[in-house]
Design a binder for this molecule. Structure first.
Ligand code: GRF
Length: 203
């Protein structure tokens, strides 16, 4: 099977990276991970790349004078890897509009809320504070506005009366690990729907 090469960008724990590695290991999954990049040297997720024999790189954002320069370093590594699509998986850097333009409709992100609710950080805490009855996660295309962009998939969890930030986060995370590989497949196979319509942006 001819698999589409992807790059995964992380900053931390890497549980979504692990879910993507496991999905890509399936013979009938249409993508393979060519490169993992972390902007944190001690990101826990790097061990999953190492264990799976995937090329990984640490690129320190603090070593660059400007955001755009850091982003271009990532761009060059992704090009060298042959990846055609970039998955953000807990990558805690805002990406420049220049980079997003270079990779238009080729960057996807997972966010731990039902967007457009709760963009930004502390999503589970905020959902509890608002008394939400339902919460969840979203995979979406990346556009210059943070945590915006066409939605590819969402998954919903019911909020329980006795939920804490931790218990809610754990249930949402399980859903994240389901929808990220599923969304990646939809994008690679050009089968995602945006606003109910099938669109073909994949060249
Ligand atoms: C996830 O909750 C993801 O939705 C958010 O950052 C967290 C990353 O977790 N963008 P992990 O590093 O994949 O375990």
């Amino acid at each position: 099977m001819n698999k589409t090469k992807i790059a995964v960008l992380i900053s931390g724990r890497g549980s979504n990276l692990k879910a993507l590695i496991e999905a890509c290991a399936q013979p009938d999954f249409p993508a393979e991970i060519a490169l993992v990049i972390s902007n944190k040297k001690d990101a826990g997720g790097l061990k999953y790349a190492e264990e799976a024999g995937i090329t990984y790189k640490f690129i320190d954002h603090k070593a660059f004078p400007k955001r755009e320069a850091f982003d271009m370093a990532i761009h060059e590594e992704v090009i060298v890897s042959g990846a055609q699509l970039i998955c953000l998986a807990g990558f805690m850097r805002i990406i420049s509009a220049e980079f997003i333009t270079l990779w238009k409709n080729k960057i996807i992100n997972i966010h731990p809320s039902l967007l457009p609710a709760f963009k930004g950080v502390d999503t589970h805490k905020r959902a509890l504070e608002e008394g939400c009855k339902y919460h969840g996660c979203t995979v979406h295309f990346v556009v210059p506005d943070v945590d915006s962009g066409p939605i590819i998939a969402q998954s919903v969890v019911e909020v329980r009366d006795d939920d804490t930030e931790e218990t809610l986060a754990a249930r949402v995370l399980e859903k994240e690990h389901e929808i990220y590989p599923r969304s990646l497949r939809l994008v690679v196979e050009n089968k995602y729907l945006v606003k109910g319509h099938r669109v073909e942006t994949w060249g």
